[in-house]
Design a protein around this ligand. Structure first.
Ligand code: CTP
Ligand code: MG
Length: 248
């Protein structure tokens, strides 16, 4: 009984889960894009540092591809807060592996922030904003950007079928932040049903819930093609994060 009470009063912890098991097909480089360097560090190291250096993140689960030797990676020092897990064929499989791992260590009510390894330019202030905005939310949500372009819905054959209302169109970014148990269940069910799970919110939506949209910075690009690398360098430089240490 006393334990139950303690458990209920326990404040939910925040965990980061970084899927980094992709091959970077669209980048077309000699190695998966997360191992390319920006300044003196890999994209992956830049991304990990955001969470490892954040005082409110309890631990970071890094999901890696099968052929990766973690000891050969230039990973930031983590003081025992970094856990490595093997990835799967699709991003949602990699995320599932990370969630399964976390469920052995974390509380079901804890928050998980899933963030693409390929988004190293996420401003720390956006992480703070997400934690503040969603910490008491029933469902959770995601960073997103209102679309600045008008969005056309195609008929699937190269013609416009209709124009979407621009002020209701948002681009989904990461981190996406949900409770561990809810997200694990949503991801598992949506995948089992063959639903396309391209982000965590789509799995939560599959359960009939409505994730909150939290406006984030457009600097938080997903590095996809080679032309994104220069832009990412510029954004890191603007944040004072291009060389050496991350935070002043
Ligand atoms: N990812 C993963 N496991 C997979 C596929 C992707 O962990 N099976 C990760 C990637 O490493 C990346 C993030 O999910 O950090 C977003 O995926 P994306 O940008 O599509 O990366 P890739 O799948 O590597 O790139 P591409 O689609 O061009 O092959
Ligand atoms: Mg991909």
């Amino acid at each position: 009984m006393a334990d139950d009470l303690r458990d209920r009063d326990r404040e939910a912890a925040f965990w980061a889960l970084i899927p980094a098991a992709g091959i970077g097909r669209r980048m077309g480089s000699d190695r998966p894009k997360q191992y390319l360097t920006l300044g003196s560090r890999t994209i992956l190291a830049h991304t990990l540092s955001i969470f490892l250096e954040h005082p409110r993140i309890r631990g970071v689960v890094l999901v890696l591809g099968p052929d990766v030797d973690p000891d050969a990676l230039d990973l930031p020092s983590a003081g025992g807060r970094l856990f490595r897990v093997a990835g799967g064929a699709e991003r949602a499989d990699s995320v599932q592996n990370g969630l399964d791992f976390l469920s052995e260590r974390a509380h079901g009510e804890d928050w998980v922030l899933v963030h693409d390894a390929a988004r190293p330019c996420l401003p720390v202030s956006d992480v703070d904003h997400l934690l503040r905005a969603l910490g008491d939310d029933a469902v959770g949500g995601l960073l997103a950007c209102p679309s600045t372009d008008t969005i056309k819905w195609s008929d699937g054959a190269g013609h416009v079928e209709r124009t979407l209302e621009r002020d209701r169109v948002w681009r989904a970014l990461t981190p996406q932040m949900f409770r561990l148990d809810v997200l694990r269940e949503a991801n598992r069910k949506a995948r089992a049903a063959g639903h396309a799970v391209t982000d965590e919110a789509s799995a939560i939506e599959y359960l009939g819930k409505k994730p909150r949209l939290i406006e984030g910075s457009a600097m938080n690009i997903k590095i996809t093609r080679s032309e994104d690398l220069d832009l990412a360098r510029l954004y890191l430089m603007q944040q004072g994060r291009l060389e050496g240490g991350f935070r002043p």
